[in-house]
Design a protein around this ligand. Structure first.
Ligand code: SF4
Length: 287
């Protein structure tokens, strides 16, 4: 009796699917597919969409614009990039049970996922307490960080340490990381494809840490978490929400080195964070 021949189209599709799965598993996303297989794509999609729109409403939009009305439905808001309306793969995979910083570091490996790997010396994964209630996120490593493999250890890092100590904390009590983990050449801004490749690991770090407060240092960090290209001046110093975590954006310490007059604004922002964390605010620590 003849065996039935496999359908060529099915075989090609299966191979394509396998390739895609291998790519995602390379990013540490195996659990995503197990979850999706057991829970079903149809049943999870509405929940994801709701989470995404809630994020948009609570993070960027003025309250008056957040709620859908008959004349302006929520899914047709003009000022937001389309990426915000569609949950990313990593939004869908958020809060992987049992994910830890060492597991995420292992998944990252000697990463070559974007072109920044060609010029880096050391990956700068992040540094600080795995139990930190407060997380600072910068843009990317500079020359000193690239050499040492640690975040914020150059001039801007020293200023950040002073800011943390002015809050009544030690640097070891917080967690510090960046949007991209390899130094962009010449300290240029990371490009979109680099942020897209690297930020999923940042998202996993945040979910593993579950901080009370996230402080975004500079526009790149805030824009990455909020999935917006709005300038930081639109939301600096405002309480926002990133997937259930309270977050606030303030100026990057490197900006403060060039513009010391902005230190007062940053201190006001950090005082809000201190109040949220129940830290004592002493007026003489303002500078
Ligand atoms: S920046 Fe991130 S994604 Fe790019 S090579 Fe470095 S670790 Fe990998």
């Amino acid at each position: 009796m003849n065996e039935p021949m496999p359908d060529r189209a099915d075989t090609a599709f299966q191979e394509k699917l396998n390739q895609r799965l291998r790519f995602y598993e390379d990013l540490g996303l195996g659990l995503f597919y197990r979850d999706r297989r057991t829970s079903g794509i149809q049943s999870t999609a509405p929940a994801i969409a709701e989470t995404s729109s809630t994020l948009i409403e609570e993070s960027i939009l003025p309250k008056s614009a957040a709620k859908p009305t008959a004349s302006a439905p929520a899914n047709k808001l003009p000022s937001l990039p389309s990426a915000a309306a569609v949950p990313s793969l990593f939004e869908a995979t958020s809060k992987i049970a049992g994910d830890t910083l060492p597991i995420i570091r292992t998944d990252l490996g000697e990463c070559t996922r974007c072109k920044l790997h060609t010029t880096r010396n050391k990956i700068v994964f992040g540094d600080g307490s795995s139990k930190a209630e407060l997380v600072f996120i910068g843009e990317g490593p500079g020359a000193d960080e690239d050499a040492q493999g640690l975040p914020f250890v150059g001039r801007a890092g020293k200023l950040l340490t002073q800011m943390i100590e002015a809050m009544g904390l030690q640097r070891q009590q917080v967690y510090i990381c960046n949007v991209v983990k390899c130094r962009p050449p010449g300290n240029r801004q990371p490009e979109k494809d680099e942020v897209d490749a690297c930020s999923p690991f940042l998202f996993r770090q945040l979910d593993a840490l579950k901080p009370k407060v996230i402080v975004c240092l500079g526009a790149t960090a805030a824009q990455t978490l909020l999935q917006t290209n709005r300038g930081i001046s639109h939301f600096r110093g405002e309480w926002l929400e990133y997937r259930g975590y309270k977050m606030i954006a303030t100026y990057h310490p490197a900006y403060l080195l060039r513009n010391p007059a902005a230190k007062g604004d940053v201190w006001k922002d950090l005082q809000k964070v201190m109040a949220e964390l129940g830290l004592e605010i002493k007026k003489n620590k303002a500078k």
